[in-house]
Each structure stands twice: as structure tokens, then as C-alpha cells.
Design a protein. Structure first.
Length: 313
């Protein structure tokens, strides 16, 4: 219910030294700036290990522009929509669209993809999100997008495209194809940014009581407040999987306490909506969870190969 949760399992390692938030090189935008009055001072020869190559100022300019174009193309590839988005294998999508960045509520859609085409399945349902609205999180989507950015404790739900992790609940066994973890009184999600266990669900019996000190996320809410069923059923939204400090933690989809109650950053819904999701989601569907304000979704969905909201079940 609080901030963001990468997975019930240890956090995934970075698969690349260069991520979506890696800064791109700054390239001069006006070619004539490269041919200043000092052009005549450019050496006529450049030596490599094998031979001497003569470069005219014009040849040097063309080479610089070509290299600049390649560098910019690489940056555009990282930050813009493309066919190799990390969710290209997704065949199931849970999509939450909100009115704007500050709205605490939205509409949940579910889609299946077959032969490259998305088709809406099921009935759209209301959900509640963070009490302060939403902000760009850290997930599968590119970074550096315009708009607010998710921070620990800001009361906003992370926006973007995220993997769906394990399901969890109070029962010993779950009625879902997703991996399921039964929560006990000793389970906590670590929302303490300085903790080495930040953004992980852990068992105090295994990591020790001192390791969970300061956590405000006990996973058995019903044992803390009688009748609190919010975590009776839920699943992990994989925001901030590398546990970047202060970027938000312990983000779940879970039951709402009552309709209209906003959360601290999670997405809350009716019991019947969660029951349907847990019965429908399956690991081989490579499901993703998408949350965005309507304007951002309208602008990005086509390029990101996400479903169109115009399609009706």
C-alpha cells in the first residue's frame, strides 16, 4: 500500500551497463558552428597506427556530423518507442488510466494480445491510486519523460509500464497461476530507503528483527488492525526493481478498504476485480501493469505498442 516493490524475490541485476536513464551526449545542432574562424588551425594530418590520412576541413565536418547522427540515433533508440520495447513479449496487460497527474482514481482495463493485436477482455472497473495522484516510476519504459517523478513517501502511484511480480495474500494457498506467497505476521516490505533490503518483502524470522526495524509495511494488516483485509489478496507491481534509494518502494495492487479511499501509492480495487485478475493473469502471458494519465497514455500508447482505449470488449 505504500511505495513500491520490486519482487518477493531478490532484486534483479542490471542486464546492461547502459540503462534508459543514461544521459546522451550533447551534439552541436548547427553545423556552421563547427567551422569557426579557427578552422584554418585544424591540423592537415591525423595519424593512426597504420597510415597518415589527410583531412580537409570539409571532410572533417562531414565525419563529425555523421558520428553525431549515429550518437543521436542511439539515444533516440533508447528513449523513444521501438519494436524492441521490453514488454514486446507481453500478451496480457492491466491498464489503469487516470484523468490527470493529480487524480487519485482511475479506470482499470484488461487486454490480451494475439498475432500482434490487442483485444480488450472483461469489464472496465474503477480503482483508487495514490492520494496525491501519480508520477513517473522506474519500470520497463524509457526514463526522462516530462512530468512528475516518483519519490519515496510522496503519496503518488508510479506511472509507466511495469512487470507484474508474485501474488500474495493471507491464505496458505492462492487461487492464481502467478507465483504466490502466503504472508505471516513476520513479513514486512522494507520502505526504509537506507536499508539493504529496501523495496523487498522479507521475513523477520529469517533476516532478524533488527533488519526490519523502521518498516511501516507489515504485510499482515489484519493482525495490526482487526478486520483490515487490504492485503488479503494482491500482487507486486515491479516498480524500482533495482531499489534506487528514495525512488519509491512497496507498490502493490491490492484490495481497497472501501470505495473512494485513496492509497499511499498502490492501486486498490474491489474484491471481485482482484479475484478476476488473479484468476486471469498467468506467467506465460508475460503480463504488464500500465498506469498513466489519459493525456500521456493517448500520446504514447501507439508508439509503445500498448492497447488502444478505443477498443471495447
Amino acid at each position: 500500500m505504500n511505495e513500491g516493490m520490486a519482487s518477493l524475490n531478490p532484486m534483479r541485476e542490471m542486464t546492461s551497463r547502459e540503462g534508459p536513464n543514461t544521459p546522451c551526449p550533447v551534439i552541436p545542432s548547427v553545423a556552421r558552428d563547427l567551422l569557426s574562424p579557427a578552422e584554418q588551425q585544424i591540423p592537415r594530418y591525423a595519424r593512426d597506427d597504420i597510415r597518415v590520412v589527410q583531412w580537409s576541413p570539409r571532410e572533417l565536418l562531414v565525419s563529425i556530423i555523421a558520428l553525431s547522427a549515429l550518437a543521436l540515433a542511439g539515444c533516440a533508440h533508447r528513449g523513444s518507442p521501438s519494436a524492441d520495447m521490453e514488454w514486446k513479449r507481453a500478451r496480457q496487460a492491466v491498464v489503469v488510466v487516470t484523468p490527470d497527474w493529480n487524480a487519485d482514481h482511475g479506470t482499470l482495463h484488461t487486454y490480451e494480445r494475439s498475432n500482434g493485436a490487442w483485444r480488450e477482455v472483461g469489464v472496465r472497473q474503477p480503482v483508487m491510486i495514490g492520494r496525491k495522484g501519480s508520477a513517473w516510476g522506474i519500470g520497463l519504459h524509457p526514463g526522462g519523460l516530462p512530468g512528475p517523478v516518483k519519490q519515496e513517501g510522496d503519496g503518488r502511484s508510479p506511472a509507466g509500464v511495469f512487470g507484474i511480480g508474485e501474488a500474495f495474500g493471507y491464505a496458505e494457498k492462492g487461487q492464481t497461476a502467478l507465483p504466490y506467497a502466503a504472508m505471516q505476521a513476520s513479513h514486512y516490505c522494507m520502505d526504509v530507503s537506507a536499508s539493504p533490503l529496501y523495496n523487498r518483502i522479507v521475513d523477520a524470522r529469517k533476516v532478524g528483527a533488527d533488519a526490519v526495524a523502521g518498516s511501516t509495511e507489515p504485510m499482515r494488516l489484519d493482525l495490526r488492525t482487526a478486520g483490515d483485509q487490504r492485503y488479503r489478496l494482491g500482487f507486486v507491481i515491479e516498480h524500482n526493481p533495482q531499489a534506487q534509494p528514495n525512488a519509491g518502494s512497496c507498490i502493490f495492487a491490492h484490495l481497497w478498504k472501501r470505495p473512494g479511499d485513496a492509497t499511499a501509492g498502490c492501486t486498490a480495487m474491489a474484491d471481485s476485480t482482484m479475484d478476476r485478475l488473479q484468476g486471469w493473469l498467468r506467467p506465460d502471458g508475460h503480463p504488464v501493469f500500465v498506469l498513466m494519465p489519459a493525456e500521456q497514455y493517448h500520446n504514447l500508447h501507439a508508439g509503445w505498442n500498448l492497447p488502444s482505449l478505443d477498443e471495447q470488449p
